[in-house]
Design a protein around this ligand. Structure first.
Ligand code: ZN
Length: 142
């Protein structure tokens, strides 16, 4: 069975956006030792429970113009950046390495984005270190 052209790339990109969204949860909650499962996502400004439509990676940020739907407090640009970078890493992996069994293993390294970002939040790592770690994790196992 032949897949339509670009179908695999779209699936990989959506997967990257979803993983990036999850990494944002980890970045926000793990340094505070909060659960990454419960409670559901809330606006840090007004604590209003976010609807599913407020949590669509990248699209919600653009649709809401970077502000909370309920209180209009600005949302950090970090969220769409992490989602976009993770998406780009996933698609880059797909183009560089193709559909090999190691693709899944390489993508496991994507949480280094989260860990290095968390390190930067809690210590003095420069932003460039986070980018270097994320990029180097892409190239591991080549
Ligand atoms: Zn709010």
């Amino acid at each position: 069975m032949q897949l339509p052209p670009g179908f695999a790339e779209i699936v990989i990109a959506i997967g990257g956006l979803c993983v990036g969204s999850f990494l944002n949860v980890c970045i926000h909650r793990l340094p505070a030792r909060d659960s990454i499962v419960f409670p559901a996502s809330r606006c840090p400004g007004c604590l209003h429970l976010l609807a599913w439509s407020d949590n669509i990676p990248l699209a919600s940020y653009i649709a809401l113009r970077g502000r909370c739907r309920y209180c209009r407090v600005p949302i950090s640009v970090r969220y769409p950046i992490i989602e976009a970078v993770t998406c780009a890493i996933f698609v880059l992996h797909w183009y560089v390495f193709g559909a090999t069994p190691l693709l899944a293993v390489r993508l496991v390294f994507s949480p280094s984005i989260s860990s290095t970002r968390s390190c930067r939040t809690s210590s003095r790592f420069p932003e460039s270190w986070s980018v270097f770690c994320a990029a180097s994790s892409c190239l591991r196992g080549r």
